[in-house]
Write a protein that binds this ligand. Structure first.
Ligand code: ADP
Ligand code: MG
Length: 694
């Protein structure tokens, strides 16, 4: 790519600039009304837009179009149709109508619906989300869409996200208007930092566990891991840099604002962070990023792993969801601002987040609950499964002891209030507590509990909704009396009521687990534990009253997430049994025979020769064979029993029985790995996987 970055950024995107260029003034204005104010698009306008979109796409070499959506699988879905058609005289024409642009009817019977849609009424429909630009990917014009059942229930992750953005816009606006009358919209902004591993493709192909489960189920530790901290921010290897260059270019062409790239803590681990955008666009762009990462890696004979815990004993991969609220006039509502009034508004919004996260800590935890992430949360590298907020001592104390007198005594336009001065809150000087699951970092909150493959839609749906629901109660109260005194009273009352959720210490410390229990905070270690809270009355009431979910949609989501947990666990357990029975045990057994034969042949030469080494080894290997066989048989039995159970019972049975047995089985095999020659071992070692890209 020889052109300047300015010229090719968004080259394959039907963005603002393209719309202005190719649409008539009138049509452009109508479309803008739809994008900005949610006005319904009439079919004539849609026809017009579709015609120009098609022309533009054809001029860029596209041959197909697709509605691009995010079903409950957590990844994106697409079904391509070519623009090709024939006219009445059999001549080839290209066609793309307004109707095709705004609505699609994919046969969607194989997507998870959690019981929302029985297979005989399989068709769902997709509806254009004009707030997210169409783009061309691999010769296909992709139209971002929401995916619903014919009854109107959301079958995807975008629909509730858009609904939650509406909810927080509505309630935050009521509060902001008490301070800034000219604001007309509040938008949740998100910048997701994406961690990932890159490993050599040839090595990857030899690992059945990576192929089937995206993580290693076995593998003895490699002498070198991340002890030396020499990978984090280290010099990027040329082969990796070549990948990153291609990745950036592909993302920029698609309008994804990739910004920061660096080596991460674990060997073979990296990170990419984009410039933040509205939570809807950031979510679409994060999905594109994950997809393109995998594709570009392939071109470089690498494989990109997005699993949250692909390797034991080195860090797993997370995704940090940086989140803030921005007004259409450009105010960041989590920025302390300059005037006393700014400080008060800031304090009120931070308080609302504290209250929301305390009240709905279960929903925040659920929003990142996947079987993969269960391997990471609380594993001494990622924040614990306990949800808490880090504000820093200064801000915590300031909000808890906010006082109308000290507040009013401060000179206007200074950067201090109450007992604490605001400059200590600036990002650079704030103690950036890396162990907190949800940290205030100067002018935004950073939710660090997401696993690297999680869709950012889920946590943002819950964050937006929880905060909206709290803001609603504040607005109801303050619209009656919005004096500074009333606002300060509310902040102090709310902070004191919810301060148990604030934890400024080390989240990785065992003491915190005990302390959190004393405070009555939840510690939901596994996905089934967390999910059991989803349909509690408190949560259903909140989410349905804001119209983010219906009760049926929530029940469906509960089923889908639990089903996903169960299936992932079953796949892992079956893969383990297969690897053990077909590969590890035969290899250990035949190596034992070799050792036994060695002993016999040595003794045949001279019966006095000692074979201590061989005999001890043979004994260890035989014990390992015995124990591994027992554990593998036990796991097979558990699988059989689980498969006869109903979903909820099955999930709990799996959680209570599989996890421990799988860990024990792994321990036995990994131990055998350390005493068998690498040349006979059936799978590449951790050393080969983590250090073969040079
Ligand atoms: P870190 O040091 O944690 O990597 P960065 O400043 O690099 O922090 O920011 C990380 C991510 O946060 C980036 O994606 C960035 O765009 C995003 N971000 C920065 N400011 C905001 C904000 N106000 N709202 C949401 N995201 C933000
Ligand atoms: Mg960060």
């Amino acid at each position: 790519m020889n052109e300047n970055l300015e010229n090719y950024f968004g080259f394959n995107v039907f963005n603002e600039k393209v719309m202005k260029d190719v649409l008539s003034n009138e049509i452009y204005k109508e479309l803008k009304e739809t994008i900005e104010k949610g006005k319904e698009l009439d079919l004539e306008v849609a026809d017009n837009v579709a015609r120009e979109m098609k022309k533009w796409a054809l001029s860029k070499g596209a041959t197909h179009f697709t509605h691009w959506f995010q079903p409950m699988t957590g990844i994106t879905a697409e079904k391509h149709d070519s623009f090709l058609n024939f006219d009445s005289e059999g001549r080839v024409i290209t066609e793309f109508s307004g109707k095709e642009l705004i609505k699609g009817e994919p046969d969607a019977s194989s997507f998870p619906s959690g019981g929302l849609r029985s297979t005989f009424e399989a068709r769902g429909y997709t509806a254009w989300d004009p707030t997210s630009y169409a783009f061309i990917k691999d010769k296909t014009l992709c139209i971002p869409t929401a995916f619903c059942s014919f009854g109107g229930e959301a079958l995807d992750k975008k629909t509730p996200l858009l609904r939650s953005m509406d909810a927080i816009n509505k309630e935050a606006l009521r509060i902001v208007k008490l301070f800034n009358a000219n604001v007309s919209r509040v938008i949740p902004m998100v910048g997701p930092e994406q961690e990932y591993f890159l490993i050599d493709k040839e090595v990857y192909k030899k690992r059945k566990d990576l192929l089937l489960t995206n993580r290693t189920l076995f593998g003895a530790p490699c002498p070198k891991g991340q002890q030396l901290d020499d990978h984090y921010f280290g010099i990027i290897k040329p082969r990796i840099q070549a990948f990153m260059n291609d990745l950036n270019e592909a993302l920029w062409m698609l309008g994804v604002p990739a910004k920061t790239e660096h080596n991460e803590v674990a060997p073979a681990q990296y990170e990419l962070a984009p410039i933040y955008e509205s939570s809807n666009i950031a979510t679409d762009h994060n999905q594109i990023t994950m997809e393109i990462m995998k594709k570009i890696a392939e071109k470089h004979d690498l494989v990109c792993l997005l699993h949250e815990k692909p390797f034991a004993l080195v860090n797993g991969s997370g995704k940090h969801n940086n989140w803030s609220l921005k007004t259409d006039t450009g105010i960041n509502l989590f920025s302390p601002g300059k005037t006393q009034l700014d400080h008060l508004r800031f304090s009120l919004f931070v308080t609302a987040v504290v209250a929301a996260v305390d009240k709905y800590q279960d929903l925040i935890r659920i929003s990142v609950a996947t079987q993969g992430n269960d391997n990471r949360l609380g594993a001494n590298e990622a924040p614990p499964a306990i949800v808490s907020i880090y504000l820093g001592e200064d801000l915590t104390n300031a909000l808890l002891s906010l006082d109308i007198n000290t507040f009013n005594n401060e000179k206007k336009n200074t950067l201090s209030f109450g007992v604490t001065s605001m400059p200590t809150l600036t990002k650079d000087s704030s103690d950036r507590n890396r162990t907190s699951p949800f940290a205030f970092t100067g002018n935004k909150f950073e939710l660090r509990m997401l696993g690297s493959s999680n869709s950012t839609a889920c946590p943002n749906i819950m964050l937006n909704s929880a905060v909206a629901s709290v803001l609603k109660t504040y607005a109801d109260e303050l619209e009656k009396n919005s004096s500074e005194d009333a606002i300060i009273k509310l902040i102090k009352r709310e902070m004191n009521a919810h301060k148990r959720i604030i934890f400024n210490g080390n989240g990785y410390d065992d003491e915190w687990v005990k302390e959190a229990e004393k405070r009555g905070l939840l510690n939901l270690k596994t996905t089934p534990d967390a999910l059991s809270y989803l349909t509690n009355k408190k949560n259903v009431d909140m989410l349905t009253s804001l119209k983010v979910f219906t009760e049926t949609e929530l029940e469906a989501r509960y089923n889908i997430q639990l089903e996903n947990y169960v299936e992932c666990m079953l796949i892992e357990a079956r893969t383990m049994v297969e690897m053990v029975n077909k590969d590890y045990l035969p290899v250990i057994s035949s190596y034992s025979s070799t050792i036994a034969a060695n002993i016999t042949s040595k003794k045949a030469v001279n019966s006095k020769i000692t074979c201590e080494y061989e005999e001890a080894l043979l004994e260890t290997l035989s014990m390992s064979l015995k124990e591994s066989t027992e554990l593998s048989n036990k796991l097979s039995e558990y699988i059989e029993i689980a498969c006869k159970m109903e979903l909820k019972e099955k999930a709990n049975y799996i959680k209570d029985n599989f996890i421990e047995t799988m860990a024990k089985l792994r321990e036995k095999i990994d131990k055998a790995e350390t005493i068998c020659p690498e040349s006979i071992w059936p799978y590449p070692t951790y050393e080969k996987i983590l250090f073969s890209v040079i």
